[in-house]
Design a protein around this ligand. Structure first.
Ligand code: NAI
Ligand code: UGA
Length: 445
């Protein structure tokens, strides 16, 4: 099939490349010239394991192209995939400017029968708005479908080529048939539904995963007070198939380009129909507060942070990506600087993106993990990069001025710590001091 993909962010690029890998002719479109130039030269504007190689394979095979010429790409295609951004407005609502602009450009370019398949995450009712807009600008038969995307950054190719499910929301039977045909090589598990339900499935899925994270983070906070270990609690819960073990990793809260924005957007969607989504509001609040536990723990160990040197390992919102959108590191570092601390930070690949976004922050960015940790009063691990997990605790101890370690992602085990002198605080697990577990006093009730 001939496809045009509008937008070469994570979703557009990865789905475009994967669809071409399945044998379709794909043209990826972006309005940013530099992105298209890079892609044509075989460079990838985002970091995603395996993507560069897959792009080369498919461009070499002549099935994958990149252009800024939306009109020609649309004319050539049977299916147009809409994958532009839907960032948050200041009030939390999804900003639909890019979607609507792109939809208009598509409508003005169509010259025959087409399917527009929306992969961007859009509030319930948006695809109907897209349809109305398109009808205003063209008389050609254009079918609209909502086909939400569920990929994760860092495992985007694997997720796209082996999805748990595909959701196709459309009222147009011919489009439905065509979209089943397009997605069938990926999975047999295709849910056919109406447009509004498809749009809601995406928000409900992200909101539910965010809820799991905030839930386990609150359990972790209680574990710290009662002397239990949240990793064992999560394991014990996860064996129950009704609960499942995924998304029960306690930490410093979720970040990234989607959970924070999509939870806020769903609260707004509910608000527009006079529904107060109390549970989700709490999920967001818990998540925001969770970040500051890192600061509270540092203050417990070091007291006043003014003049103290704090090493930060990890700036990306999760490993295997250079994406720093809404990364917890932003607020944690800002808060440290406000308290007068000196911050030295290291991330294997996200430093440049972080700097670009936070030019005003007075942070010393380091080339290696060791450089960041050297002579610091404490080290905070904010992203669970494998490189950090593989660094010997004996080395870390020798680099630091004082062996204080805040492990925001629970990457080190009690056994590893047993042979060290660290004051070690993690999330929802017993503190360690000089290789020994700190005892929680008898509970009074
Ligand atoms: N990032 C992710 O992992 C996931 C994102 N999503 C959703 O997918 C959508 C896209 O997300 P990202 O890929 O992160 O977006 P992004 O914001 O990184 O990229 C969007 C791209 O679209 C381009 N663009 C905007 N208007 C255009 C136009 N009129 N013509 C051509 N190009 C245009 C921009 O220049 C940009 O390169 C969002 O709605 C997001 O919520 C869904 C699942 C996963
Ligand atoms: O709509 C989207 O954009 C995507 O959002 C998430 O994907 P992503 O943001 O790439 O990354 P996740 O692996 O879900 O992690 C999100 C955040 O939650 C945190 N997290 C995740 C899992 C967990 O157990 N604990 C936890 O704190 C991560 O550290 C990270 O900050 C969803 O997992 C995807 O299904 C969805 O398509």
């Amino acid at each position: 099939m001939k496809l045009a993909v509008i937008g070469t962010g994570y979703v557009g690029l990865v789905s475009g490349v994967c669809f071409s890998d399945l044998g379709n002719d794909v043209t990826c479109v972006d309005k940013v010239n530099e992105k298209i130039t890079m892609l044509r030269q075989g460079e990838v504007p985002i970091y995603e394991p395996g993507l560069k190689e897959l792009i080369k394979k498919n461009t070499d095979a002549g099935r994958l192209q990149f252009t800024t010429d939306l009109s020609s790409a649309v004319k050539e295609a049977e299916i147009i995939i809409l994958a532009v951004g839907t960032p948050s407005l200041p009030n939390g609502e999804a900003n639909l400017t890019y979607i609507m602009e792109a939809a208009k450009e598509i409508a003005l370019a169509v010259d025959g029968k087409k399917i527009i398949m929306t992969k961007s995450t859009v509030p319930v009712g948006t695809n109907e708005k897209i349809e109305n807009l398109v009808r205003k600008h063209t008389a050609h038969p254009v079918a609209i479908a909502s086909v939400p995307e569920f990929l994760r950054e860092g495992s985007a190719i694997r997720d796209t080529l082996g999805p748990d499910r595909i959701v196709i929301g459309t009222e147009n039977e011919a489009a439905q048939k065509k979209l089943i045909e397009l997605h069938q090589p990926l999975t047999e598990n295709i849910l056919l539904t109406d447009v509004r339900s498809a749009e809601m499935i995406k928000y409900a899925s992200n909101a539910f995963l965010a809820t799991k994270i905030s839930f386990i983070n609150e359990i972790a906070n209680i574990c710290e007070k009662v002397g239990a270990d949240v990793t064992r609690v999560a394991e014990g819960m996860g064996y129950d198939k009704r609960i499942g073990s995924s998304f029960l990793r306690a930490g410093i809260g979720y970040g990234g380009s989607c959970f924070p924005k999509d939870t806020q957007a769903l609260i707004q969607i509910a608000g527009h129909v006079d529904y107060d989504f109390k549970l989700l509001k709490s999920v967001v609040e818990v998540n925001h507060d969770q970040r500051f536990n890192v600061i509270r723990k540092l203050e417990t160990i070091l007291g006043d942070l003014s003049g103290k040197t704090i090493a930060i390992w990890g700036l990306a919102f999760k490993p295997e990506t250079d994406d720093v959108r809404d990364a917890p590191a932003f607020e944690i570092i800002s808060s440290l600087l406000q308290r007068g601390a000196l911050v030295k930070a290291y991330d294997p690949i996200a430093t440049e993106n972080f700097k670009k976004n936070l030019l005003h922050l007075d942070v010393t960015y380091c080339q290696t993990a060791e450089e960041a940790a050297l002579h610091a009063d404490a080290l905070c691990v904010l992203t669970e990069w494998k490189e950090f997990q593989e660094t010997s605790l004996t080395d870390i101890q020798s680099w630091l001025k004082t062996p204080n370690l805040i492990d925001g992602r629970n990457i080190y085990s009690e056994e590893q710590l047993a042979k060290t002198e660290f004051v070690y605080y993690s999330v929802g697990r017993p503190n360690m001091n000089n290789g020994v577990r700190e005892q929680t006093p008898l509970l009074s009730f």
